[in-house]
Design a protein around this ligand. Structure first.
Ligand code: ATP
Ligand code: MG
Length: 421
């Protein structure tokens, strides 16, 4: 579990802002749910036989002996909240969330125990255009973040019934080659055989490549749904690869599943994963309602994203107030408050603790501010202020305090134009 220090927090803010504005442009509305939920919610929705429920959840009894779990993902909480507050029955819902998730995994690059996801979910829409919308939203986010090396992998798991049928076919095939299965897969053969397809063990790749393809077993309605989705992606110019072995680690998926992957991050190359889960709402206790969504891993996305110096500069002051003497302090605080009234995004840092001009200038320089705003006894007496550019070789100059707002507006115009948070 990591701390996020200010130099990195600005990157998180920029990332979250990009995701938020993109999802809101598709009219997804934010939902915030508690970080703790009853354990039962996750075991019922994610599935007893999954890695998450089996070995990754942080679960403990509270003082009443109720079992609670730090949320390992966001979908279950969304479904619970929308059900509990009657929104699921109030027509289609498009929501998004972001925040920390917790899984007790072996910590490694790209795999943390507290990590962060942003996700979107849509409920009450059966047809494939919403699956396409999910994928288009992700593509737009990559685009806005300047992420290029990312590929879309797509598969369809079919209906629950066709998946059960395929399960049988797969178990027959794998049982016939049991000597080639690793220990994990032999265990999964009875608990969660589809997950074996997802194995990263290089020694099993040949066996898995020749497994009967899942897509051959899916029902005709799911096949039509998948064809519509592919046609929509094609007409929007989105490239994808059909990956017949893409099954996803959570039990609740049916029909569409997708992952966005990259080869730039080593072993943990999945940036985002999602799909359809038409049975989930019913499983959690509501009436049958289709659902589709995705979750993106923000740590991994952050690794793929570069921010400009101007964007990172949002972390430093634009103006450093040099204040020498009590009168200057009093005048300076009031002056800065008036500036903030007029320019709410202005970042102005007040020097605290006194000291000579010389020592305050040093601090101004170190602060990365663009300008020092200087007030000493003389300036206060004349109702003026001195401005010293800190990032270019230019002389300090004096102006009347009444002209300060206009002057700063002029000076900072190019900076003001940049993306604010
Ligand atoms: P994997 O097979 O890699 O364990 P998963 O199926 O557990 O993946 P999801 O639950 O679908 O992954 O999570 C969606 C995304 O969240 C992942 O693609 C990844 O980007 C991110 N993610 C999942 N677990 C972690 C983790 N422990 N640390 C960092 N990011 C994670
Ligand atoms: Mg996992």
């Amino acid at each position: 579990m990591h701390d996020t220090l200010p130099d990195d927090a600005i990157k998180w803010q920029l990332l979250e802002q990009t995701i938020k504005s993109t999802l809101q442009s598709y009219c997804y509305r934010e939902i915030r749910t508690p970080i703790l939920e009853k354990t039962e919610l996750f075991s019922r929705s994610i599935g007893e036989a999954t890695d998450i429920v089996n070995k990754e959840m942080y679960t403990f009894p509270d003082r009443n002996g109720d079992f609670l779990t730090l949320r390992p993902e966001g979908t279950a909480g969304c479904v619970r909240a929308l059900l509990q507050h009657g929104l699921i029955n109030a027509g289609p819902q498009r929501v998004w969330y972001h925040g920390p998730m917790f899984r007790h995994e072996r910590p490694q690059k790209g795999r943390l125990r507290q990590f962060h996801q942003a996700g979107a979910e849509a409920f009450g829409i059966q047809s494939a255009e919403i699956d396409a919308e999910m994928i288009l939203m992700c593509a737009r986010i990559w685009n806005k973040l300047g992420i290029k090396d990312v590929q879309l992998q797509l598969n369809s798991l079919g209906s629950y019934a066709s998946r059960q049928k395929y399960r049988g076919i797969l178990v027959d095939y794998l049982s016939a080659h049991k000597d080639q299965l690793d220990e994990d897969s032999i265990n999964r053969l009875t608990t969660n055989p589809l997950r074996i397809l997802d194995s990263k063990n290089p020694e099993m790749q040949a066996l898995l490549q020749s497994a009967p393809p899942l897509l051959d077993s899916i029902d005709s309605e799911s096949a039509d749904h998948f064809a519509t989705l592919r046609a929509l992606l094609n007409s929007n110019g989105l490239d994808y690869e059909i990956n017949p072995r893409l099954v996803r680690g959570l039990d609740y998926y049916n029909r569409t599943v997708f992952e966005w992957t990259t080869d730039k991050l080593g072993a943990q190359g999945t940036l985002c994963a999602g799909g359809r889960y038409d049975d989930l709402v019913e499983q959690v206790g509501g009436k049958a309602t289709p659902g589709v969504g995705f979750a993106m891993g923000l740590e991994r996305i952050l690794e793929m994203t570069g921010f400009s110096n101007a964007e990172l500069g949002l972390n430093s002051p634009q103006i450093y107030q040099v204040l020498v003497g009590d009168a200057a302090l009093d005048n300076g605080i009031k002056l800065a408050e008036r500036l903030r009234d007029k320019m709410p995004t202005l970042r102005i840092l007040m020097h605290c603790g006194g000291g000579s001009f010389r020592s305050q200038f040093k601090k101004a320089d170190k602060s990365q501010a663009d300008y020092a705003l200087i007030l000493g006894e003389e300036e206060v007496a004349k109702n003026t202020v001195n401005i010293k550019p800190l990032r270019k070789d230019a002389e300090q100059y004096e102006i009347h305090q009444d002209d300060l707002l206009d002057e700063i507006t002029n000076l900072l115009q190019p900076i003001q134009g940049q993306t604010g948070l």
